[in-house]
Design a binder for this molecule. Sequence first.
Ligand code: ADP
Ligand code: MG
Length: 226
Amino acid sequence: MVHLSGVSKWYFGQTRILNQINFDLKKGDFIYVVGGSGAGKSSLLRMIATEECPSVGTLSLFGYSLSTASSWTLRSIRKSLGYIPQNIRLIPDLTVYDNIALSLFLKGSRVINRQSKAKISELIHQLGLENKRNQPAFTLSGGEAQRVAVARALVRSPELIIADEPTGAQDRDFTWCLMDLFLKSNSNGSTVVLATHDREIVRKLRKKCAVLRGGHMSVEESICTY
Ligand SMILES: Nc1ncnc2c1ncn2[C@@H]1O[C@H](COP(=O)(O)OP(=O)(O)O)[C@@H](O)[C@H]1O
Ligand SMILES: [Mg+2]
């Protein structure tokens, strides 16, 4: 589903942030991307989310190499993704409900049917956002905005969830509430790649771990020493 071969990444005037990364993610996988601040977690996830290209190397999603994919293919790949960027990016003037519903329109829905409305309401309820449902996003706290960003991604039942420190602004209760939602999405068929520097999550909820250190990646199958 995700295949990186010899991928390196650097930004203008900088040394390599990621160096010769080889990485495979199969349908149904759940993998953490861990590493210290500045290790390149967000850079890696932005590439998988098709927001940035590798400086060198090949990145394929759903069997399509991104460097040669047509714009039609890219659009259709993006509809299968649920991306939670580290910097959240809600539309400030839209309500919580509309920010989540917009994600379905962008996936191609023309109308939000009863089933979709129920799904949005369920996510709003699960994420403790009921009293914020009709509030514009600019009024939310950082933690609330982050939970809306998670709902916006999960409402699509995406084939691939790309979550960049999705619990970074949460207390313990909401952290486990979010992790529970990611686990449920995973057991319902979504593949999950989740960047975190939260050692407690990685140690309590054991999954495959991709550890980034000094630009290199090592994948640890079950026991993560991070
Ligand atoms: N757009 C950019 N331009 C220049 N440098 C960047 C850019 N994005 C990230 N970096 C640098 O790349 C390194 C890795 O950043 P990042 O991927 O955000 O790491 P992490 O998410 O693991 O904290 C950092 O040194 C950061 O300053
Ligand atoms: Mg980051």
